[in-house]
Design a protein around this ligand. Sequence first.
Ligand code: DGI
Ligand code: FE
Ligand code: FE
Length: 189
Amino acid sequence: MDFKSYQTAIRGLLGDKRYEHSLCVSRAAVQLAKLYGADEEKAETAGILHDIMKDLPQQEQVKLMNQYGIQLTEVERNAPKLWHAILGAEYIRRELGVADSEILQAVRYHTTARENMTLLDKTLFIADFISDDRDYPGVEHLRQVAKKSLEDAIIEGIAFTIQDLANLKTPIHPDTIAAYNQAILQNQS
Ligand code: DGI
Ligand code: FE
Ligand code: FE
């Protein structure tokens, strides 16, 4: 499938706002790919598809995860916001025929991040934070950081997420902690 077909596929599954967000993330991912040398076409595809399951009602997400045989950890079961990434990767593989493992992984880990992220993982993770539709306090700062260093942007992005989650007393996924620790330790060495 080409980009147009992916666009059509997400249009039927997402509300207007999430659809626009997906287009913006795709554009931001291509810009970052150009800047840091990731594969631009893969970045574009990962960007347009990354939130494909985000607007599916939670019950439907559970149903589809069961149908696909996706097994969740206890933290994942208790964090519905993580489901769309896990389910999304499997959905685009099965239903849209996306076979590229780098794209599948980037979508799979776009919410939690993980240890040993690929360049494409990082590209999508940060594109999701700095896309044109984002307007949270601090986004302009993160956009500036992302222009200078993808690694610094990762640290800021994950630290921001962890602070948010801790303030809300929400479980933090081990992949998020592992990504944070690795990014910090690499930065110090
Ligand atoms: O889907 P988007 O809104 O574009 O962005 P996203 O996929 O990064 O999702 C962000 C949400 O996911 C935000 O509400 C925080 C939540 N989240 C991110 N990392 C974790 C997490 N939630 C839990 N419980 N644990 C995490 O490690
Ligand atoms: Fe998402
Ligand atoms: Fe997103």
